[in-house]
Design a protein. Structure first.
Length: 103
Protein backbone atom coordinates (compact mmCIF):
# COMPACT_ATOMS: atom_id res chain seq x y z
CA UNK A 1 0.00 0.00 0.00
CA UNK A 2 1.89 3.08 -1.27
CA UNK A 3 0.20 6.01 0.39
CA UNK A 4 1.90 9.34 0.00
CA UNK A 5 0.76 12.07 2.34
CA UNK A 6 1.62 15.68 1.52
CA UNK A 7 2.08 17.67 4.71
CA UNK A 8 -0.54 20.40 5.12
CA UNK A 9 1.96 22.95 6.34
CA UNK A 10 4.75 22.40 3.82
CA UNK A 11 4.79 26.12 2.96
CA UNK A 12 5.57 26.99 6.58
CA UNK A 13 8.99 25.39 6.25
CA UNK A 14 10.02 28.22 3.95
CA UNK A 15 9.09 30.89 6.50
CA UNK A 16 11.19 32.21 9.37
CA UNK A 17 9.88 30.68 12.62
CA UNK A 18 7.11 29.16 10.48
CA UNK A 19 5.28 32.52 10.43
CA UNK A 20 7.29 35.35 8.87
CA UNK A 21 8.65 35.95 5.39
CA UNK A 22 11.86 38.01 5.19
CA UNK A 23 9.89 41.06 3.99
CA UNK A 24 7.59 40.77 7.01
CA UNK A 25 10.52 40.88 9.42
CA UNK A 26 12.03 43.86 7.59
CA UNK A 27 8.72 45.72 7.76
CA UNK A 28 8.25 44.93 11.44
CA UNK A 29 11.82 45.82 12.40
CA UNK A 30 11.76 49.13 10.51
CA UNK A 31 8.45 50.13 12.13
CA UNK A 32 9.66 49.21 15.61
CA UNK A 33 13.00 50.99 15.08
CA UNK A 34 11.21 54.17 14.01
CA UNK A 35 9.06 53.99 17.14
CA UNK A 36 12.09 53.38 19.37
CA UNK A 37 13.96 56.26 17.71
CA UNK A 38 10.97 58.57 18.27
CA UNK A 39 10.66 57.40 21.88
CA UNK A 40 14.30 58.27 22.50
CA UNK A 41 14.28 61.73 20.96
CA UNK A 42 10.75 63.15 21.35
CA UNK A 43 9.18 64.27 24.60
CA UNK A 44 6.13 62.27 25.63
CA UNK A 45 3.81 64.90 27.08
CA UNK A 46 0.32 63.95 25.97
CA UNK A 47 -1.61 60.89 24.98
CA UNK A 48 -1.77 62.10 21.38
CA UNK A 49 2.03 62.35 21.22
CA UNK A 50 2.37 58.85 22.65
CA UNK A 51 -0.04 57.46 20.04
CA UNK A 52 1.84 59.21 17.22
CA UNK A 53 5.18 57.90 18.48
CA UNK A 54 3.95 54.32 18.84
CA UNK A 55 1.96 54.32 15.56
CA UNK A 56 4.75 53.10 13.20
CA UNK A 57 5.51 50.07 15.37
CA UNK A 58 1.86 49.23 15.96
CA UNK A 59 0.87 49.60 12.29
CA UNK A 60 3.76 47.42 11.13
CA UNK A 61 2.89 44.83 13.80
CA UNK A 62 -0.75 44.77 12.67
CA UNK A 63 0.34 44.30 9.04
CA UNK A 64 2.37 41.15 9.80
CA UNK A 65 -0.14 39.47 12.14
CA UNK A 66 -1.03 36.03 10.72
CA UNK A 67 -4.61 35.55 9.50
CA UNK A 68 -6.33 32.22 8.75
CA UNK A 69 -6.49 31.33 5.02
CA UNK A 70 -4.02 34.12 4.20
CA UNK A 71 -0.42 34.76 5.14
CA UNK A 72 -0.98 38.01 7.04
CA UNK A 73 -2.94 41.26 7.02
CA UNK A 74 -0.67 42.81 4.38
CA UNK A 75 -1.49 39.92 2.03
CA UNK A 76 -5.22 40.46 2.54
CA UNK A 77 -4.91 44.19 1.81
CA UNK A 78 -2.84 43.45 -1.30
CA UNK A 79 -5.39 40.89 -2.55
CA UNK A 80 -8.30 43.31 -1.99
CA UNK A 81 -6.43 46.06 -3.85
CA UNK A 82 -5.62 43.77 -6.78
CA UNK A 83 -9.23 42.57 -6.96
CA UNK A 84 -10.68 46.07 -7.17
CA UNK A 85 -8.04 47.47 -9.53
CA UNK A 86 -7.76 44.58 -11.99
CA UNK A 87 -9.95 43.88 -14.99
CA UNK A 88 -13.39 42.65 -14.04
CA UNK A 89 -14.78 41.75 -17.46
CA UNK A 90 -13.53 38.35 -18.49
CA UNK A 91 -13.53 37.14 -22.08
CA UNK A 92 -15.58 34.03 -22.49
CA UNK A 93 -13.75 31.05 -23.96
CA UNK A 94 -16.40 28.39 -23.97
CA UNK A 95 -17.09 25.51 -26.33
CA UNK A 96 -18.03 27.77 -29.28
CA UNK A 97 -15.35 30.40 -28.78
CA UNK A 98 -13.69 29.77 -32.15
CA UNK A 99 -17.00 30.00 -34.00
CA UNK A 100 -17.66 33.35 -32.36
CA UNK A 101 -14.30 34.60 -33.64
CA UNK A 102 -15.20 33.70 -37.24
CA UNK A 103 -18.30 35.95 -37.24
Amino acid sequence: MNNYLIPANSKRGQLILGIFAPFDLWLLSIGVLISVFLLAFMPIDTLATTIIILAPGMISALLVVPIPYYHNTLTVITEIYEFYTSRRQYRWKGWCYKEWLRK
